[in-house]
Ligand binder design. Structure first.
Ligand SMILES: Cc1cc2nc3c(=O)[nH]c(=O)nc-3n(C[C@H](O)[C@H](O)[C@H](O)COP(=O)(O)OP(=O)(O)OC[C@H]3O[C@@H](n4cnc5c(N)ncnc54)[C@H](O)[C@@H]3O)c2cc1C
Length: 479
């Protein structure tokens, strides 16, 4: 029998992890990567962007990175399914018809172009596709403006996307912002790092204005009272406390432990309205660059709340204000539309509709499989506060599935499990539940994967260690 072909799209951390575990099962993966290098978002970061995840949490369990099998500059335009009809798929009681990874009767045709000019490409056909195309790259979320009040109205300067700025080498980027009045829009990681770069380059003479819509618990210190956050939300004890709604003991504990952070944020009027638990449950948690609030104190960064804004000739106008924020450069760091990237990779409109979220956070079983899209897994879409760790355990689980260690349950059971997750995400993440973040439920998620693979989900030695020590990648290094 011909060996099965597993095509992995994307060579960021998720694609590399998928490659590693598919290889470990004796299958031959083909990794198609649009860029000229591996690493995904970590390829093109700001000079100032450093990991927010603690170093010991952002690693593969054995440090090995696959080097071959990767085809760089292969941009996948779409993937086309050949096999069962939409009607047959609708009638299935099991994923793929049987709950197994492969079927003899269907394949995926991958439509690829070379990112470099004049290089012809052969067609790629796959028995199984792993989509590792990333959620926080490539497709920016650009705010919609009324006619004539968008970037076209800004005649005095230039509008740039944070991903365009990140793609520049650091000298060009520094030259671009030097001696300029820069306005940065957003309050997630790219935005705060950008504001810091502008402040370091220009100082208080040309302060950088940071426009934010919602305050977040972006902590200036990740060890309040010297206690690492991981002891609060990455151990089993923290999970015991959150399975009920309302102001439970965990919130009381967090509020007490976070008081040094709260005091600091209060000084700048930056204490969020939503709870810390809600932000951390939604992965809306940008580690601030070192000495960020010192730059606010010295006047190099101006924080400005802006429910919405439009452009005018001299810069931007904040809703409710008449004077514009004069700018030479406006950088939009307003997040990404990974949901559109995922949807648009499917050639079939039926599959596109399946991946539309609607009211759902993540329409996927174990945050990987859509019950009615056969022979496709999605890795790296539902996030956590340590994505390499999450992608690694997911890929390990996926490889065991592809290898036949277990079968998927019926579609009915998959949908029931998805609905349970949905309920939990809504409970803790509030309006941000669509981010599908599993941060505070990571151990409970890993427990499910371990049980599927036939592993003992209790990974620590001893009752107290299992209850109180943080869980991380090394706990899952081997079965
Ligand atoms: C500024 C910033 C800071 C962050 N900080 C952290 C952090 O501290 N900790 C953390 O856990 N996470 C962090 N993240 C989240 C980050 O997205 C993940 O850590 C992780 O890198 C995601 O890896 P990935 O492989 O899933 O996706 P990506 O890194 O986005 O990789 C996707 C890859 O797929 C390729 N691709 C996409 N479409 C196609 C196509 N059609 N054809 C071929 N190839 C394609 C892309 O070129 C890319 O190389 C941060 C993200 C950003 C933007």
């Amino acid at each position: 029998m011909e060996p099965k072909k597993v095509v992995i799209i994307g060579a960021g951390i998720s694609g590399l992890a998928a490659c590693k575990f598919i290889l470990s099962k004796g299958l031959i993966p083909i990794v198609l990567e649009a860029r000229g290098a591996i690493g995904g978002v970590w390829n093109e970061t700001l000079k100032s962007t450093v990991l927010q995840t603690p170093k010991e949490m952002f690693r593969f369990s054995d440090f090995s990175w696959p080097k071959s099998y990767i085809r760089l500059n292969f941009r996948v335009l779409s993937i086309e399914y050949e096999g069962f009809s939409n009607e047959e798929i609708e009638g299935w009681s099991h994923w793929g018809g049987s709950g197994d990874a492969f079927t003899e009767h269907s394949k995926w045709r991958i439509n690829v172009v070379d990112s470099r000019p004049n290089v012809p490409l052969q067609e790629v056909v796959a028995d199984f596709v792993v989509l590792c195309i990333g959620r926080f790259s490539d497709v920016p979320n650009i705010p919609i403006f009324p006619p004539n009040e968008g970037p076209e109205a800004f005649k005095a300067g230039k509008v740039l996307l944070s991903l365009e700025y990140s793609a520049m080498d650091s000298d060009t980027a520094t030259k671009l912002i030097k001696d300029k009045q820069v306005t940065v829009v957003g309050f997630h990681k790219s935005a705060v790092d950008l504001a810091m770069e502008c402040a370091n380059t220009n100082g208080p003479d040309k302060p950088c204005t940071l426009l934010y819509r919602t305050k977040h618990w972006n902590p200036p210190d990740t060890r309040p009272w010297g206690i690492p956050f991981s002891f609060l939300y990455m151990n089993r004890f923290s999970e015991l406390l959150i399975h009920k709604p309302g102001e439970g003991f965990l919130l009381y504990l967090l509020a007490t432990l976070l008081s040094p952070i709260k005091v600091k944020l209060a000084k700048y009027g930056m204490v969020p309205e939503q709870s810390f638990l809600q932000d951390i449950s939604s992965c809306i948690f940008a580690g601030l660059p070192d000495k960020f609030y010192d730059k606010v104190d010295e006047g190099s960064i101006i924080l400005k709340k802006s429910p919405s804004f439009t452009f005018c000739e001299e810069g931007v106008i904040i809703e409710g204000e008449s004077k514009p924020v004069r700018s030479d450069l406006v950088i939009l760091a307003t997040e990404y539309r990974g949901d559109l990237k995922l949807r648009d990779i499917f050639a079939s409109s039926t599959f596109r509709d399946y991946t539309m979220f609607g009211d759902l956070a993540v329409p996927m079983y174990r945050h990987c499989f859509h019950p009615r899209i056969p022979q496709v897994a999605v890795i790296g879409f539902s996030e956590s506060n340590s994505n390499l760790y999450t992608s690694e355990i997911r890929c390990r689980w996926l490889a065991e599935f592809v290898d036949g260690t277990f079968r998927l349950p019926s579609i009915k059971e998959m949908e029931k499990d998805m609905a349970n997750w949905e309920k939990c995400l809504k409970l803790y993440s509030g309006p941000s539940y669509k981010r599908g973040c599993i941060a505070i439920l990571h151990k409970c998620y890993n427990d499910q994967l371990c049980k599927d693979m036939g592993w003992n989900p209790r990974r620590k030695k001893g009752f107290f260690a299992d209850l109180f020590l943080p869980y991380g990648p090394l706990d899952y290094a081997s079965p």
